[in-house]
Design a protein around this ligand. Structure first.
Ligand SMILES: Cc1cc2nc3c(=O)[nH]c(=O)nc-3n(C[C@H](O)[C@H](O)[C@H](O)COP(=O)(O)O)c2cc1C
Length: 190
């Protein structure tokens, strides 16, 4: 159990990865952990799409367009530098996984419960990878909400929602994070 606690506490979002490839067996072990996440009514609302280089290349025009728009909004002076950075963010992670959750347009409570379950599955995936020495970053950047993304995944936006991209790879650096002290978040009531 000490190992589990250490895994939970030591996990950090990873923003810089080594070039080393992530073995397929490591991913499969993590997907196995993901599919065992809790879900109410056994809906299994999560789906994981691993995007190869070709799929990512289809996103590049939109990523560049979004980056130019963002630079414009923020009044960035070096727009080309921002665009190059956005391109790097798309291609640098050794593995890129889009995570979707089922929609239920006629039952918003079900959709919310399913979203919660998908987040549990996503985090099972992240923690399993972390246990294998592999880091992740969850990203909800604007590309995750673009129609081209749904097109490339082959999913209907009315049926599934992309809840984020997971960038996955061996950590080049592990950032430090301050967390809220336990006294500020935990309350025992009489
Ligand atoms: C729902 C969700 C969305 C996130 N989206 C982004 C994102 O778009 N870009 C980013 O840099 N980090 C993103 N993160 C990572 C958080 O910034 C990170 O979890 C937070 O800074 C705490 O750090 P830790 O994960 O190392 O504990 C996201 C995390 C969550 C839970």
């Amino acid at each position: 159990m000490a190992d589990v606690q250490e895994n939970l506490i030591s996990r950090r979002s990873i923003y810089r990865f080594e070039e080393k490839p992530v073995p397929r067996e490591c991913l499969e072990q993590a997907f196995e952990a993901a599919r065992h996440a809790p879900c109410h009514k056994q809906t299994h609302p999560w789906r994981f799409y691993v995007l190869g280089k070709e799929s990512r290349a289809h996103l590049i025009d939109t990523v560049e367009k979004l980056s130019r728009e963002k630079s414009d909004r923020l009044g960035e002076t070096d727009v080309e530098k921002m665009v190059a950075k956005a391109r790097t963010k798309l291609f640098d992670p050794p593995v890129l996984i889009a995570v979707t959750s089922d929609r239920s347009s006629d039952d918003l409570f079900r959709e919310q419960e399913d979203y919660a379950a998908t987040v549990c599955a996503l985090h099972n995936l992240v923690l399993s990878l972390w246990d294998q020495g592999i880091g992740c970053q969850w990203s909800t950047g604007s590309i995750t909400r673009e129609s081209i993304t749904y097109e490339i995944l082959g999913v209907a936006a009315a049926e599934q929602r992309v809840i984020g991209f997971l960038k996955v790879g061996y950590p080049a650096t592990i950032p430090e994070r301050q967390k809220k002290p336990i006294e500020e978040v935990r309350f025992y009531l009489a």
